[in-house]
Design a protein around this ligand. Structure first.
Ligand code: UTP
Length: 287
């Protein structure tokens, strides 16, 4: 089966970015001039995904608006002769089909994914977390979709992290089948370093079989009193295989302040209109 839909949960409060996130969803904070969520949606589109399902919360409507048409703005820009800007806005509005569902209370990532059940239906789907920005030649989610196409089993993105950071991630126990491809045996949410079964952390890209919904439906709250997707995966792996993909690409955790700054600098250094100036400025700062 083909992966046609991607669920992007955006219902979190974004407390690490207060006060910015008091009124602006963190997913709209720009990396230079492009809201970070646009990169994630673009990644899905490049992997052939046709429908984006946002799981939203209060105060997040502007995310959907970003992917909608803006006729008044387009008219003003057209009157002023800014054809390229109009074309850019049209490309964003025509990029993909967007639908949304509300998560009324932020009860956890597993719960957020469950909220998309009716919109996904009985088919495999992608989950993409907007906190993870991944710069890769082959879009990260495409790398996972390719494994799914071959195996028809769930696939999760993995990144080797330093031991002192395992307590910030879901971590896997698994065996490496071939370079970069793992078969998952168990998953643990945010283990202490001494209890971590490996240093392979789960990053925010997943391709999941629909069986996960029945599991999430019956899952008790886990760590932090939240319904954890990682706990759901622990149960799914008892029913069906789950593969892990150590993806190729650079990942930035933009839910974290330093990660956000790193991404801003790295993306600016890749932009033809900015790279020379930014590189020069970094040199000056270094002196
Ligand atoms: P985080 O744990 O980073 O939480 O959620 P957060 O609220 O976004 O940010 P901080 O920690 O307060 O700064 C990881 C992802 O899961 C989504 C978030 O939107 C984010 O993309 N999420 C989390 C939900 O959609 N609903 C939830 O109940 C929890």
């Amino acid at each position: 089966m083909k992966i046609r839909k991607a669920v992007i949960p955006v219902a979190g409060l974004g407390t690490r970015f207060l006060p910015a996130t008091k009124t602006v969803p963190k997913e709209l904070l720009p990396i230079v001039d492009i809201p970070s969520i646009q990169y994630v949606v673009q990644e899905a589109v490049e992997a052939g995904i046709q429908e984006i399902i946002f799981v939203t919360g209060r105060g997040k409507d502007a995310i959907e608006d970003h992917f909608d048409e803006a006729p008044e703005l387009e008219q003003i820009l057209a009157d002023r002769g800014h054809k390229e800007m109009v074309a850019m806005l049209r490309r964003i509005a025509e990029m993909t089909e967007v639908v949304s569902v509300r998560q009324k209370k932020p009860l956890g990532l597993g719960h957020a994914v469950l909220c998309a059940r009716d919109l996904v239906g009985d088919e495999p789907f992608a989950v993409m977390l907007a906190d993870d920005l991944i710069d890769a030649e082959t879009p990260c989610i495409r790398q996972l979709v390719d494994i799914f196409t071959e195996t028809q089993e769930s696939v999760i993105a993995l990144l080797e992290v330093p031991l002192e950071e395992v307590n910030q991630y879901g971590v896997i126990k698994g065996k490496e089948l071939k370079s970069g491809l793992y078969q998952i045996e168990a998953t643990v949410e945010k283990p202490a370093a001494k209890d971590a079964p490996s240093r392979m952390a789960i990053i925010g890209r997943y391709v999941l079989r629909p069986e996960i919904f029945a599991i999430l439906q019956n899952l008790p709250a886990g760590r932090g009193g939240e319904i954890q997707l990682t706990d759901g995966l622990s149960r799914l792996v008892q029913e069906r295989k789950i593969f892990g993909c150590e993806f190729l690409g650079d990942r930035y955790d933009i839910g974290d302040k330093f990660g956000f700054v790193r991404a801003t600098v790295a993306y600016a250094l890749k932009r033809p209109d900015l790279k020379d100036k930014v590189a020069e400025y970094l040199k000056i700062l270094n002196r």
